[in-house]
Design a protein around this ligand. Structure first.
Ligand SMILES: *Cc1c(COP(=O)(O)O)cnc(C)c1O
Length: 361
């Protein structure tokens, strides 16, 4: 399928001085670029009206389906300014494929992968001056899709959808760089059960997670760690990132059981580990094994990974039965090595031997 994008440039975008002001301290997901991309879908017409327009609020009928039944999904990836000035993204076709996997689970229409990537390219090319030059900063891209049928009936999925891409300059996700986070093992709440939507990147998963995240903060922790929905003891993932353990110098990560998000960072680290000759395994680990492994010294590092925060070490773990420290509570050598490798590929200082880098301009 080919779609041509109608282009309407902003006439009152921010001035270069205003943009520099934002780029000097972007934070995460707070300020957006001057444009957005939109594509509509209806049963009769399929995908149509692809357009780039000035960034602006959406105007939607209060009875629009997404407001009531949360048929929504999203993606997250970044554009990086590499040494040599080219602007690239990382594995955008993997995000396109996951977007469509999420769409199937949510009974939403799939978008051809090529169109998904073209939408990103058009927005990044148009707003390329918003891609930060500061080391380690990037332009976060947020494609999403909402159900736009007007009406409150629930016998069918919506018959109309809108795909939108917005972009936001990003420093690091967690303020403070590679400072280890403290995590709370959530045994009162669950994120996803088998047959649910845990493997789909949909807003509903997050809607149901805020209460647990608030509880984590009340317990003095930065982030929640989700456990399985049946026994409440098998480790699944962190709030919005996958988890890795360093166990006797081997990497270990919870297997994709359908109840956690198949992270692209997670998949990339498993591949990089193989490149570096680090043994890596997927499987199950419960919270007793986590605590005992830290006590015996067999588990030396734990880190979380995802596009937004790349790799973030886990320093302390707390739960109903007390707290413990991972290693000495500081970022470990395997964590930092993998972080350097991955960011090196993304920012262009290391060889991209897997064709992960997709040049935009
Ligand atoms: C997006 C996300 C991740 C990380 O996925 P990446 O593709 O690595 O960015 C992990 N867990 C959840 C719940 C997510 O939404």
């Amino acid at each position: 399928m080919t779609l041509s994008f109608d282009v309407q440039l902003s006439e009152n975008g921010r001035t270069p001085a205003e943009r520099e002001q934002v780029l000097s301290d972007p934070g995460f997901g707070k300020t957006f670029t001057d444009h957005m991309v939109t594509i509509d879908w209806t049963e009769e017409r399929g995908w149509h009206d692809a357009r780039l327009t000035p960034y602006a609020p959406l105007s939607l009928d209060p009875a629009t389906s997404v407001f009531h039944y949360a048929q929504e999904l999203f993606e997250g990836l970044k554009a990086y300014r590499q040494t040599g000035e080219s602007i690239v993204t990382f594995r955008p076709y993997s995000n396109a494929a996951r977007f469509n996997a999420s769409a199937r689970r949510m009974a939403m229409p799939e978008l051809p992968e090529q169109v998904f990537v073209e939408a990103l390219e058009l927005l990044v090319q148009t707003d390329r001056d918003w891609v930060p030059t500061t080391e380690g900063h990037s332009l976060y891209l947020r494609p999403f899709m909402i159900a736009t049928q007007v009406g409150l009936g629930v016998n069918h999925p919506s018959n109309a959808y809108r795909f939108v891409v917005i972009a936001s300059p990003a420093a690091s996700y967690f303020a403070g760089g590679v400072k280890p986070v403290s995590v709370w093992l959530s045994q009162d709440f669950t994120r996803a059960a088998v047959g649910g939507t845990g493997a789909a990147k949909c807003g509903g998963n997050y809607a149901a997670a805020f209460l647990a995240q608030r509880q984590a903060v009340e317990k003095g922790c930065d982030q929640v760690v989700w456990l399985d929905a049946v026994e409440h003891r098998w480790v699944e993932e962190m709030g919005g990132m996958n988890l890795f353990f360093v166990f006797r110098d081997r990497l270990f990560t919870p297997a994709l059981t359908g109840t956690l998000l198949p992270g692209i960072t997670r998949a990339s680290l498993l591949t990089l580990a193989a490149d570096l000759g680090i043994p890596a395994e997927e499987g199950r680990i419960n919270i007793d094994e986590w605590r005992d492994g830290c006590a015996s010294g067999e588990i030396t590092e734990v880190f979380a990974c995802g596009t937004a925060a790349v790799i973030t070490p886990v320093g302390t773990v707390s739960g109903q039965d007390g707290s413990w420290t991972v290693g000495d509570g500081t970022p470990g050598p395997m964590t930092m090595r993998l972080r350097d490798e991955l960011m090196g590929i993304q920012f262009g200082s290391r060889v991209d031997s897997h064709d992960w880098i997709h040049k935009i301009c």
